[in-house]
Design a protein around this ligand. Structure first.
Ligand SMILES: NC(=O)C1=CN([C@@H]2O[C@H](COP(=O)(O)OP(=O)(O)OC[C@H]3O[C@@H](n4cnc5c(N)ncnc54)[C@H](OP(=O)(O)O)[C@@H]3O)[C@@H](O)[C@H]2O)C=CC1
Ligand SMILES: O=C(O)CCC(=O)C(=O)O
Length: 499
């Protein structure tokens, strides 16, 4: 097991292309070992003002750089990330705890996003349309919005940042980015990569610090025209209501209560694999994690037996060890929240089949570990089947039909990801139509989104915007309609020519 160390003891903000020291700081803890890795700055509101001023000044020039040239920087970012993939992955495992193979997968998502969005530098398509009048040309094109604010969570500290910052940059915006305080190292490393790739000063500005200070200051800053946020429902709602007052554009991605549906004709071994990795991968700390299994009653017993046998083989520990499959929980308050839901589940009358406790002995002594947990005979309206737990806890809900499975799947306030295991083609097509989620998987678990498709969901998961895919550009651009009249005389549109 290799352990990297950072070349600095305290991170700096990156504002206007300069590394800026901040006196106040707090420790960043490796959740696998409880050890301090580095200190993260706790910035003030004034530092946000400085970052926004730098971004505003730089953005004017950047918007005039031809988009294919803006894209060149992203290509270089992608190549540097590729060269540095192993270092980034190990540091990601150290700050977040996810196992190294998942960390490599997350860094790869960032690399893919760099090349995908760099390609957009030669597209950024608008439309040409016929005009209503003679000798007149009509078209629409995307324009940058100006300064954009991105606020990112700790569970995907590099991938989500690339989903938001790369489309913003290629579209000609400047970015002020507040990473989660728990996981600042990926932001520091990515800022260094932008610097090396030759991104002009002020186009990306990283301001570390608490959401209640730095995040709030960004949300309230009148010069930030867009906030793109991923995180908890409560924080997202507060951000949306403040942005609403200011008529500021806001894009929210706030998690899910995702289900795997297992029908009576499913390949049960495949379903077990799908449930295992989407429920316990990343220790369940994904917004796409499976936390409900909706199973046809005819196969419930067999599924439970096979799932328990597979869970028994899961190795839990420090994710830098290649043999480990489930890493730690991000921090003690994450553990406390999970424990609370275990008690809620028991009190509600669900049957605990496995897990339900914190691991504190031997190799788990200093980190934050929780045993993969399985409840069964849960009812669709129980809190454990309705609320986001963000841990390795999954509840089995038995149903009697396909129709009931769809109803239970849709009967939550979230709508991010769902999955169905079945070999019946009619059910497949009905399910992809009727499942009320932004992502639907067939014969696969609920996680593992690809960056060239829209990422986000319905209902309480968000507010109708999408990260990733071509759709991400809609968050970071304004549409402009352009009419060129080359008739040489003043033609009046919207005049009824018949009258
Ligand atoms: N949808 C998803 O992918 C995620 C969902 N969650 C859910 O949220 C729960 C709590 O996690 P937590 O990390 O506290 O989530 P938060 O929503 O608090 O954090 C997400 C980001 O928002 C920032 N933030 C916090 N408060 C504000 C604010 N008032 N204004 C602006 N930005 C703010 C945070 O900063 P900082 O942390 O530095 O203070 C962080 O960068 C989890 O248990 C899980 O259920 C969490 C993470 C990701
Ligand atoms: O599971 C995925 O595909 C992505 C998950 C993610 O981005 C998240 O949990 O925030």
């Amino acid at each position: 097991m290799t352990t990297l160390s950072l070349e600095v003891e305290k991170l700096n903000n990156f504002i206007n292309g300069e590394w800026v020291d901040v006196s106040e700081a707090q420790a960043v803890i490796n959740p696998a070992t409880g050890e301090e890795i580095v200190q993260v700055p706790l910035s003030t509101k004034e530092m946000v003002d400085e970052a926004v001023a730098a971004a505003k000044a730089a953005q004017k020039e950047w918007a005039l750089v031809p988009a294919p040239q803006r894209a060149e920087v992203l290509y270089r970012v992608g190549y540097i990330m590729k060269e540095r993939k192993e270092r980034l992955s190990q540091l990601l495992t150290m700050e977040n705890g996810k196992v190294i193979e998942e960390a490599r997968g997350e860094v790869q998502e960032g690399i893919d996003m760099a090349f995908y969005m760099a390609g957009e530098g030669r597209r950024l398509f608008g439309q040409t349309t016929p005009a209503e009048l003679k000798d007149k040309f009509a078209m629409s094109q995307r324009a940058p919005v100006g300064v954009v604010g991105i606020i990112t969570p700790w569970n995907f500290p590099i991938a989500i940042a690339t989903w938001k910052s790369f489309p913003a940059i290629v579209a000609g915006n400047a970015v002020v980015w507040k990473p989660a305080t728990e996981t600042p190292i990926m932001a520091y490393e990515l800022a260094k990569i932008f610097e090396e790739a030759g991104l002009p000063k002020g186009i990306i500005n990283v301001v570390f610090g608490a959401g209640s200070v730095v995040g709030e200051a960004m949300v309230h800053h009148e010069a930030i025209r867009v906030i793109s946020f991923t995180g908890s429902n409560d924080t997202g709602r507060n951000i949306a209501s403040e942005c609403g007052k200011q008529l500021k554009k806001v894009s929210l991605e706030m998690g899910g209560k995702n289900a795997v549906i297992v029908m009576d004709d499913a390949d049960l071994d495949l379903a077990v694999e799908g449930i295992l990795w989407s429920a316990f991968g990343t220790s369940g700390q994904r917004c796409t994690a499976c936390s409900r299994v909706i199973v046809h009653e005819k196969v419930k017993r067999t599924l439970e037996e096979r799932l328990l046998a597979a869970m028994d083989k899961l190795s839990i520990g420090n994710g830098l060890d290649e043999s480990i499959k489930v890493g730690p929980i991000i921090n003690q308050s994450g553990i406390a929240k999970i424990k609370q839901y275990i008690e809620i589940g028991k009190a509600e009358g669900a049957d605990l089949l496995a897990g339900g406790y914190e691991l504190t002995e031997d190799a788990h002594e200093n980190g934050y570990y929780f045993a993969p947990t399985l409840f069964t005979n849960a009812k669709a309206d129980m809190r454990i089947a309705q609320e986001e737990i963000f841990g390795p806890v999954v509840s089995i809900i038995p149903v009697a039909s396909f129709e009931e499975a769809i109803e239970v799947n849709n009967g939550v306030t979230y709508g991010l990801s769902s999955s169905i295991f079945t070999n019946d083609v009619n059910r497949v097509f009905k399910a992809q139509r009727d499942l009320d989620t932004g992502i639907v998987y067939v014969n696969a678990g609920t996680t593992g989104a690809e960056i060239h498709l829209p990422f986000g969901g319905t209902k309480g998961t968000g507010n109708g915007h999408r990260d990733s895919g071509i759709q991400a550009l809609d968050v970071f651009t304004e549409w402009k309609a352009i009419y060129v009249d080359y008739s040489g005389k003043l033609q009046r549109a919207q005049i009824d020519v018949e009258s």
